[in-house]
Write a protein that binds this ligand. Structure first.
Ligand code: FPP
Length: 229
């Protein structure tokens, strides 16, 4: 029997704001609680031996949120990377980032690049954080880079893929979205062509190891056909 691969789980972490609102708290507290869920999930993915976990942390559209919330989120990235880097290094987690980092505050872009460099030799779990990420933008940037390289058509999938943010990353096998929303929201547009989806009503700050296990269990019960009969 064919063993089904599960190399990459991608998560759209949604519902932080509603989680906070339901408790009468400011939205930023939902994001703080969301960081705790990130920590739990990274640990759980490692325990399950998932080679790659990617998290949609900030989209190209999230700049439209109130300034205070955007600044708060940037502060959280700073805090998370500064305070957790040592621990993640100890656990040999390879940290990578996908997105247009040029528009981020300089110190954050520098921390992201430094973190990726420091952890690049680790071969255990990869944690990919998508920051200022948009699937359409990623594809457009790849097309621009392809044109700039002088490549001639007909363009193949491999040629385009070579210019994505992380060309060597396996496509997500499973995409999880929390909070009951049933959309992809511009996440991994190219890479999600054959992904399986799992939706849960739970808000992201409440997501825990059991939820990850449920999603993985559900995935293993499905048959992936990639267009075949
Ligand atoms: C969506 O909830 C969540 C975000 C846009 C931000 C996700 C960020 C984190 C979990 C914290 C930082 C992450 C890392 C990797 C350190 P929402 O605000 O759209 O919730 P709502 O739909 O209920 O308003």
């Amino acid at each position: 029997m064919e063993t089904k691969k599960l190399e990459h789980i991608a998560i759209i972490m949604d519902g932080n704001g509603r989680w906070a609102k339901s408790r009468g708290l400011p939205r930023i507290m939902g994001h703080h609680a969301g960081v705790k869920a990130v920590e739990r999930t990274v640990r759980a993915a490692k325990e399950l031996g998932i080679p790659c976990l990617s998290l949609y942390a900030f989209s190209t559209e999230n700049w439209k949120r109130p300034r205070g919330e955007v600044l708060g989120l940037m502060g959280l990235f700073r805090y998370y990377l500064r305070s957790k880097l040592e621990e993640l290094c100890k656990e040999e987690v390879r940290l990578r980032f996908a997105g247009d980092l040029s528009a981020l505050p300089h110190d954050i872009a520098a921390i992201l690049e430094e973190t990726a460099e420091k952890t690049k030799a680790f071969t255990g779990t990869q944690l990919v954080t998508c920051v200022n990420y948009g699937g359409r933008r990623e594809i457009l940037e790849a097309v621009d880079k392809l044109i700039a390289s002088g490549a001639e058509g007909p363009v193949t999938e491999d040629m385009l893929r070579a210019h994505l943010y992380l060309p060597d990353l396996p496509d997500p096998d499973l995409i999880i979205r929390t909070s009951g929303e049933l959309r992809l929201s511009n996440f991994w547009l190219w890479q999600s062509a054959y992904s399986e989806y799992y939706f849960t009503d739970k808000y992201w700050p409440d997501f825990d190891k059991q939820d990850l296990l449920d999603a993985v269990g559900d995935y293993y019960e499905r048959e992936r056909r990639y267009g075949k009969a």
